[in-house]
Design a protein around this ligand. Structure first.
Ligand SMILES: [Zn+2]
Length: 357
């Protein structure tokens, strides 16, 4: 039972607005005179059915939170706090996901919006001892041509280090939009060396995963948990080396599974899938990164060795440099090499002779 906050790991699935602390949201709402829905500030994790209505409510709350982020200073604050919170939980590498479109009107366009996030990521990396890189994400709710524009913009900042764009994503309601129409945007991103990291296989099942694999050729899949429902799809994911960004609290929050125990984490890992645990939207689902590892331990019975393997998986699936990866992996080994505080230290009698009088 080693301390999971000390386990070095990479965080590959965290949304910019969704990373916000509840206290920060309340603060920004007061500053900008925005009235917030009670559900956003009551600090209760969201629990919604995985239906159109459930998703609609999630989206409405998400939009309300996003409406509080209205300036460069707000954007910088979010990145800084996300980095600080991640670093405090043992994350050495955060790949934060942002769709710049919503913030563009406040800062003079999508290009400045992306540049602010990238610069804030660089500053936060130096301040908190963590690498913060960025995934630019398009939305399924917008036209596929908008996605291409974003992909071209993301390509200009492609790299692997702090404050660089490492991937291109596609988020929002999986049931919207024609997946194939977003293919060209992912081609642009791939040609620039960016990782393809679309969402898929959370609200929709294995057929959707198959479609995303075929049309968008992902390096990693946001969620992808429902590929566990079809052994062939799961096998394809393993064979193609597509990593799964698994977000347990999000799956339960959106009613994909009623209880964390229903999450097929063991099935995915046993099949050989590369799993990276993530928090998705802590603001709405009420828990951050370490809580996802704790859930693997307490609900799914993962041993410290298995938790270390999950952490290694997250590091390997990241786009960090080889040097950063090997540093983090060495940290994982060191964490596991520490004696387990829960196990009593057994000494031999020879070491500790008892004198009988
Ligand atoms: Zn997500």
């Amino acid at each position: 039972m080693r301390d999971l906050a000390l386990l070095p790991k990479a965080h590959l699935h965290l949304h910019f607005t969704g990373s916000m602390r509840v206290t920060t949201l309340a603060d920004l709402a007061a500053q900008h005179n925005v009235r917030l829905p009670e559900a956003l500030v009551d600090a209760d994790p969201l629990r919604l059915p995985a239906t159109e209505r459930g998703w609609f409510r999630f989206q409405r709350l998400y939009d309300a939170a996003r409406a509080c982020v209205r300036s460069e200073a707000d954007m910088r604050r979010l990145v800084d706090e996300a980095a600080a919170d991640d670093a405090a939980e043992g994350s050495g590498r955060l790949e934060i996901q942002v769709d710049p479109t919503s913030y563009a009107p406040f800062v003079g366009g999508i290009t400045p919006a992306v540049e602010i996030v990238l610069d804030a990521a660089r500053v936060a990396s130096a301040a908190h001892g963590i690498e913060v890189a960025v995934v630019v994400a398009a939305s399924r709710m917008r036209h596929p041509l908008d996605a291409r524009t974003l992909a071209r913009l993301a390509a200009r900042y492609a790299g692997e280090g702090p404050g660089e764009v490492i991937g291109f994503g596609l988020s929002n309601d999986e049931r919207r939009g024609d997946t194939a129409e977003f293919g060209p945007a992912f081609d642009i991103a791939r040609r620039a060396g960016l990782a393809a990291v679309p969402h898929g296989g959370e609200l929709l099942g294995p057929d959707h995963v198959r479609e995303v694999l075929r049309e968008l050729v992902p390096d990693r899949l946001g969620h992808g948990v429902r590929s566990a429902e079809d052994p062939h799809v799961l096998e394809e994911i393993v064979e193609r080396g597509v990593a799964l960004e698994v977000n347990p609290a999000s799956n339960v929050g959106l009613g994909v599974y009623h209880e964390s125990s229903e999450l097929p984490l063991r099935t995915l890992v046993a099949a050989g899938a590369q799993v990276a645990l993530g928090a998705d939207d802590p603001l709405l689902f009420g828990s951050r990164l370490v809580a996802q590892y704790e859930m693997a331990r307490t609900v799914h019975g993962f041993s410290d060795g298995e938790l270390a393997a999950l952490a290694r998986s997250s590091v390997r699936a990241s786009r960090a440099s080889a040097r950063t990866k090997s540093q983090l992996l060495a940290g994982v080994d060191a964490w596991l090499a520490q004696p387990d505080p829960a196990e009593p230290v057994i000494r031999s009698e020879m070491d500790n002779p008892v004198t009988v009088g």
